[in-house]
Write a new protein. Structure first.
Length: 289
């Protein structure tokens, strides 16, 4: 396992006073694990250690084409360039007693540090990534990683970031092949990177409630609208509208039983109760209020 060193001496250096303050805040807890570039992991971690296993997987899977991917190129198209630029940073959380709240706090600290680490903008920023690895989560590791990702994703998207959940049991489907599982990794981890325009399908997925989906898409449009091609702009706007309509329908459906019960309690006959239900249905479908 890794030898602890002074975390402040090995963290990436920020280049402005505000960024430096944020970096120091994120690094302040004495137990904060060291962040290392890929080149450092290659030098200091022998094969078989958790971080070495992660890097073997990054190179053999994420950075290479796959026959089930459904398109040409690497599974993650940014990883080959990130490896060349040495702009992937890794941290290993070796604790065995980790609650959801503690992991969420750890990931939030790394989020702040990510935002303070250069490059923070420009074309090279999209090739920067943090991988926070949890080798000792045990049998519940997959569920814990999924829950933390779900809990924090909205805040990340609001900040123009993406938070990816990786573990051996991940069932998330590939965008072009539903049988492909691109987020399966040998060790549970959460990955932080900047949002890019091609992230739109991940924000449109129906697995999120309509209110969350609408928030994702508004943040996406706020961050990306000026650079989006017209097709993605229209798709994102359509997604916001659909999510907002879905929210209105959900609210009205939730109110419908109460309205019917109130009509029945007021002594309305079957025709009156039916009229209430018909009015509600007409409103849902865009008819008269």
């Amino acid at each position: 396992m890794m030898t602890q060193k002074d975390p402040q001496s090995t963290l990436p250096q920020a280049t402005c006073p505000m960024a430096a303050a944020r970096a120091e805040t994120a690094a302040h807890p004495a137990a904060s694990p060291r962040l290392m570039r890929v080149s450092e992991v290659d030098r200091e971690y022998p094969g078989g250690t958790p971080l070495a296993q992660v890097m073997d997987w990054v190179r053999a899977f994420l950075a290479r084409p796959h026959p089930d991917l459904g398109r040409k190129g690497a599974v993650c198209p940014f990883v080959p360039v990130s490896l060349l630029q040495d702009s992937i940073w890794l941290a290993e959380i070796t604790d065995r007693d980790l609650s959801l709240d503690k992991i969420s706090a750890i990931i939030s600290e790394y989020r702040d540090l990510f935002l303070a680490t250069e490059p923070t903008r420009g074309p090279d920023a999209i090739n920067k990534a943090f991988m926070v690895v949890f080798p000792n989560l045990g049998a519940e590791g997959a569920a814990v990683v999924d829950e933390v990702q779900y809990r924090l994703k909205r805040d990340f998207v609001d900040m123009g970031l993406m938070l990816g959940e990786f573990h051996a049991a991940n069932e998330s489907e590939g965008l072009r092949n539903p049988e492909f599982r691109p987020l399966r990794s040998p060790i549970p981890m959460l990955a932080i990177r900047h949002m890019v325009d091609s992230d739109l399908p991940f924000l449109l997925r129906a697995g999120y409630p309509a209110s969350v989906r609408a928030a994702f898409l508004r943040s996406y449009l706020y961050r990306m609208a000026g650079t989006l091609p017209s097709t993605k702009l229209e798709q994102a706007l359509d997604g916001v509208i659909e999510a907002e309509v879905e929210q209105r329908i959900d609210v009205r459906l939730a109110l419908l039983p109460a309205a019917v019960d109130a009509a029945a309690g007021a002594g309305a006959g079957p025709a009156g109760v039916a009229s209430v239900a018909t009015d509600a249905g007409a409103t849902l479908l865009g008819g008269r209020p």
